[in-house]
Design a binder for this molecule. Sequence first.
Ligand code: GLP
Length: 245
Amino acid sequence: MNIFRVKDYQALSKKAAEILLEEVKKNENAFLGLATGSTPEGTYQEMVQAYKDGKVSFASVKTVNLDEYEGLEGTHEQSYRYFMNKHLFSHVDINPEQTFVPSGVAQDIQKELEQYEQRIRSAGGVDIQLLGLGHNGHIGFNEPDKVFSTVTHRVELNQRTLEANQRFFASYDEVPKFAYTQGIGTIMTAKKILLIVSGKDKREILHKALFGEVTPEVPASILQFHPNVVVVADEQALPEIPSRV
Ligand code: GLP
């Protein structure tokens, strides 16, 4: 595990964008795994800037996102499809047909989830998967559980997640209670994983995820078993790196 501890959110965004863009510069057909939430917003801003400055092209890049809320159309302002268009896709030269976010409203959900999983598996996993970290240790929408999830599936969101995501909706009742997410098994097929974490409120859970016991009760702890993980965290989230790392 390669850990970069940076000063603040701005430095985190720059570093994360640099790591993602390295993949695209190395391989113009890169398959990127993307994430939503507040943490990656700055990273996407940096990527858009790099594109505008003529430093990179996304014309042949393919992307796949981690998750989507059940019941939200891509045109809904809080859907993850809308988020991705708003923060990244509509500002760069990517082919929209090569950007995949699970549908929150597919007629045949089982078929949609199987196809989604297949798209990732048949490519042998994404080249790099960007991940944020939920306050309860979730990655994608894989909530704490008794076992690690395997493939792309439907999940019931837990109380902590609903409360955290309430800030984006007019009221708690409007927060979707279910979502579709890549499984932990899917995420682990990524050739490289980039975990970005910012802020004091993530300090305790980040420490557990990186240095604690590997347990499905802290889904992100599974990353300790992945052979190619890069963590970029700011000083607020990671005040120190224990010496055994
Ligand atoms: C959501 C997303 C996760 C994200 C998490 C943390 O629940 N499904 O992919 O990592 O929120 O979000 P934030 O970065 O806003 O703290």
